[in-house]
Design a binder for this molecule. Structure first.
Ligand code: ATP
Ligand code: MG
Length: 387
């Protein structure tokens, strides 16, 4: 037996001429998510009248479909539907039948006609089906705040009827906005930053700087696991591992201690920018949040940003740590981020890092370093992992 779902999108509906492009990317992303969740099941996705009609040629596990679609950015909602002929009787019978399996006190019928040539208006249809549900179950219609609404969509050659609807994740389809490079550190923040990038349609690649062999491999393992979790939103990802210990050593030996972290970051940015340019990635994302730690003051972020010209985007800038941690729980990165690791920046941490770096002093201190050579060397040692 066929199983049919209807799914609507939100914002991409507003994109005018670009819509067909967004629809194409969204449909491809739905396909990938469904193939992964339901291997071997065959289905078709039709785009019609500003909605997707997803048809499985056999019965499928609704929980798996729901899980897959709830990870596809761009979808506003989705629901399994009963398909009927575009006739009042048939729609009425479907609505009554659908309510059978549910306990509810109040309900409402909400009709949308994609086909305006249908001989009854939406209020007509609401009225007729609503009457039938009252007759069948003796429940009350509550148009403002129904416990269990029934949605009816009328097309020219068929109608869809469903009870309840699942919210999709919203946002824009991954990769419709372009590709970016996320600085991933293994903590709570950067995976959440990547999630926000993906939510707005960016396809992420990831870069991690580690101090192995001076530290253990825990940060690398964590980052790889985090990227793996994040692929649920974008299907595959590339992770660049940069051995950073040598550069850190140069920084420790040659610049005043209080500036260390700022220089670690300036070099991370330079390596990231060079790599991004080479790979045609358009922006750098970090998990910084204003004032969260010493390196995230306005002055210090400026001192780091100054090293490169590529835009650095910081989607967490206005979030509190507990808000970030809540999102990390929701997206499934929390427990991995919570594992202990020693990361590249806590290594040789100064006791008193500068809080408000002065740009002239930073630039002057940097004279002691052979910037180009260090960046070149880091770039030449990058390992690539495809997750
Ligand atoms: P997170 O929770 O992401 O580790 P944090 O609160 O520890 O962040 P910082 O250590 O100051 O904050 O790092 C700020 C941002 O700089 C991180 O969110 C990440 O984008 C980037 N970053 C820090 N360390 C690294 C690293 N070793 N490799 C790649 N990026 C890093
Ligand atoms: Mg960190």
């Amino acid at each position: 037996m066929n199983q049919v779902y209807i799914s609507h999108y939100s914002e991409i509906g507003l994109k005018g001429k670009n819509r067909s492009y967004f629809v194409k990317v969204l449909r491809r992303n739905m396909k990938m998510a469904l193939r992964r969740a339901l291997p071997g099941k065959s289905f078709e996705i039709e785009h019609r009248d500003k909605r997707f009609i997803l048809t499985f040629s056999e019965a499928v596990d609704q929980a798996l479909v729901g899980q897959a679609l709830s990870q596809v950015f761009g979808l506003a909602n989705f629901s399994p539907v009963t398909v009927t002929e575009p006739k009042l009787d048939a729609m009425e019978a479907a609505a009554v039948e659908l309510y059978k399996g549910h306990s509810f006190e109040t309900f409402a019928i909400r009709t949308k006609r994609a086909y305006k040539g249908f001989p009854f208006t939406s209020p007509d249809i609401n009225h007729r089906l609503g009457g039938a549900v009252v007759d069948a179950y003796g429940k009350r219609a509550d148009l403002k705040n129904p416990q269990l609404p029934c949605y009816v969509e009328v097309l020219k050659d068929k109608a869809f009827v469903t009870v309840g609807k699942t919210q999709g994740p919203g946002g824009l389809p991954v990769s419709s906005s372009g590709r970016v490079l996320v600085l991933m550190s293994g903590g709570f923040d950067s995976p959440v930053a990547a999630y926000f990038a993906m939510k707005r349609g960016a396809q992420c690649e990831f870069i991690h700087f580690h101090s192995y062999p001076f530290t253990q491999k825990t940060s690398q393992e964590k980052v790889e696991r985090l990227v793996n979790v994040l692929t649920k939103f974008q299907f595959r990802a590339r992770l660049y591992m940069v051995p950073f210990a040598e550069t850190q050593k140069e920084i420790v030996l040659n610049v005043p201690e209080k500036f260390r972290v700022i220089f670690y970051r300036r070099f991370m940015m330079r390596v990231a920018e060079a790599l991004a340019n080479k790979q045609n990635l358009k922006a750098i994302y970090t998990g910084e949040s204003l004032g969260q730690v010493a390196s995230q003051t306005l002055e210090n972020m400026a001192a780091v940003q100054q090293a490169i010209s590529m835009p650095v985007l910081r989607p967490l800038i206005g979030l509190d740590k507990n808000e970030i941690i809540d999102i990390a729980r929701k997206i499934g990165t929390h427990d991995i981020s919570a594992l202990p690791h020693d990361d590249a920046c806590t290594r040789f941490m100064p006791d008193f890092p500068v809080i408000r770096a002065k740009m002239e002093q930073v630039l002057e201190a940097e004279q002691a370093l052979d910037v180009e050579a260090l960046v070149e060397r880091d770039l030449s040692k990058i390992d690539v992992i495809d997750v």
